[in-house]
Write a protein that binds this ligand. Structure first.
Ligand code: RP5
Length: 167
């Protein structure tokens, strides 16, 4: 199985958040590469990685960084593949800094920015799956099953609550 998603993190300290993305991709049976590289500390590595990635089968990039988070934008500047940005909460500004830096891209260089932190890490994996599912009916089926099971869980919790409130 070729890895189709590249997860890039500005620091290994981001992994405690981004392990959720790895887990989601694993559940959907999507192979991924996970790398630490930084828009500021190792800019040349980022450029070289992004340019070579499509030849290995990478179809979606997920970039996570905190603070003055330029990683997702730096990746998007080098590719026309979809880029999902995850703002990490790693400074006194609790990720709002990273959210603004990641989401406010200039016209022409979009970054699909998800929520700050763990919500975003989970949704980045699901969004990558949804993008890849456009051309993969098996993956599309797994996504439909996932959403059905999520709906059933909410309906069950509501039924349980109604029963509890009657007694
Ligand atoms: C960002 O700075 C990283 O993405 C990380 O969220 C933050 C802190 O990095 P470390 O000092 O923990 O390496 O570039």
């Amino acid at each position: 199985m070729k890895n189709k998603v590249a997860i890039l993190m500005g620091s290994d300290s981001d992994f405690s958040t981004m392990e959720r993305t790895v887990q989601v991709l694993k559940e959907f049976k999507i192979g991924c590469e996970v790398r630490v590289m930084s828009a500021h500390r190792t800019p040349e590595t980022v450029v070289a990685f992004v340019r070579k990635a499509p030849s290995r089968g990478i179809r979606v990039f997920i970039a996570a960084a905190g603070g003055a988070a330029h990683l997702a934008g730096a990746v998007a500047a080098q590719t026309s593949l979809p880029v999902i940005g995850v703002p990490i909460s790693s400074t006194e500004l609790n990720g709002v800094d990273a959210l603004y830096a990641t989401v406010q891209m200039p016209p022409g260089i979009p970054v699909a920015t998800v929520a700050i932190g763990k919500f975003g890490a989970t949704n980045a994996g699901i969004l990558a799956a949804q993008i890849l599912a456009i051309s993969d009916p098996g993956l599309q089926k797994r996504l439909v099953d996932f959403k059905t099971s999520m709906r059933s869980k909410v309906e069950k919790s509501d039924q349980d609550l109604q029963k509890k409130l009657k007694h």
